[in-house]
Design a protein around this ligand. Structure first.
Ligand code: FAD
Length: 290
């Protein structure tokens, strides 16, 4: 199928993009890498009257580490994240996760800003933002807004952005040097959207999780930070503790059923990921201590 007719404007600056968004609001859509927007338009799931192409706004591209904060421009492509030395050092969780986003051709065009603004509940990067404690930076007619990642995702394809706002960057706080991460997902084939996935960032001290941020995806209408499960693991982990945490996780998840999996299957897979994550992280601390 082909998209409905639309007007096209190439933004010449962030200010120009914001002027266009202010003037056209809900009738317009921002075009970044186009890897989600264009298929949705071609399938006529959406029919914006105006496309605002931000692809040439180089000021929105790039990764910088300064003063203990990693700033990633909204137009930074998935493939650039994979090649970034700053990401490798300061956010290796993101490095592992991006390898699971679609395929090289899509990663060469798709952007981090597009992925977060799209807010597909089965996407990898939104869950990483929860695990990494990210702040999403948006600009609109009222100036700049900083939104904590766990307040940004509002439902299936819904975010805290207003139709007049542009996502301009993401900030990630520096992780302690001994911080560890875990990423895994179940999908039918590598590169498919996940059936269930987990992005986790952890701090282990004296054999206990001093901080464990569990970002699940494809478990409900948005990515989920499993706070109760993370907190319950701040003890010496035994099989009994793990069983208690699995029950707490069941209560936190609001799994949806679809053609890929039933809610019960999703809850089961989430528990499997949790167990594997805990075992893997604790095994690594044992190895480090040895
Ligand atoms: P676009 O398609 O340009 O935009 C997506 C949405 O975000 C639009 O509504 C647009 O208006 C809005 N938007 C974009 N940038 C901004 C901004 N800066 N400010 C405000 N709004 C903005 N993704 C995954 O996460 N995991 C997968 O496994 C996966 N598999 C895929 C498989 C296929 C076959 C395809 C075609 C896509 C897949 N994707 C997957 C999606 C892909 O990763 C997209 O790149 C990503 O979701 C959107 O990035 P984009 O830059 O292409 O955004």
């Amino acid at each position: 199928m082909k998209a409905s007719a639309f007007d096209y404007a190439r933004a010449t600056s962030v200010a120009n993009a914001l002027e266009l968004l202010t003037a056209h609001g809900e009738r317009a859509r921002v075009l970044a890498g186009g890897q989600s927007l264009l298929p949705a338009m071609n399938l006529r799931l959406i029919a914006p009257e105006l496309i605002i192409d931000i692809g040439e706004l180089d000021e929105l591209r790039g990764v910088a580490a300064r003063g203990g904060v990693l700033t990633i421009g909204a137009l930074t492509r998935h493939a650039d994240l994979q090649k970034s030395p700053e990401i490798a050092v300061h956010a290796p969780l993101l490095m592992d996760a991006v390898a699971h986003v679609a395929h090289p051709a899509i990663r060469n065009r798709g952007t981090i800003g597009g992925s977060l603004a799209q807010a597909d509940p089965a996407s990898e990067l939104p869950a990483c933002m929860l695990a990494l404690g990210a702040t999403i930076i948006a600009r609109g007619p009222g100036g700049e807004r900083r939104i904590a990642a766990d307040e940004f995702f509002a439902g299936i394809y819904e975010t805290a952005l207003t139709p007049q706002e542009l996502l301009v960057a993401v900030e990630l706080p520096a992780q302690p040097k001994d911080s560890m991460h875990y990423f895994q997902e179940f999908s039918r084939r590598h590169g498919d959207y996940a059936i269930v996935g987990l992005a986790a960032q952890a701090l282990v001290r004296d054999g206990r999780f001093a901080d464990l941020r569990l970002g699940f995806f494809a478990v409900g209408d948005r990515p989920l930070l499993a706070r109760s499960a993370g907190k319950l693991l701040d003890v010496a982990v035994t099989p009994a503790v793990l069983s208690e945490v699995s029950s707490a996780l069941d209560e936190e998840l609001s799994s949806l059923g679809d053609q890929q999996a039933t809610p019960a299957m999703r809850r089961h897979l989430a528990r499997v990921l949790l167990t594997r994550c805990v075992s893997s992280l604790l095994a690594r601390t044992d190895l480090c201590a040895g």
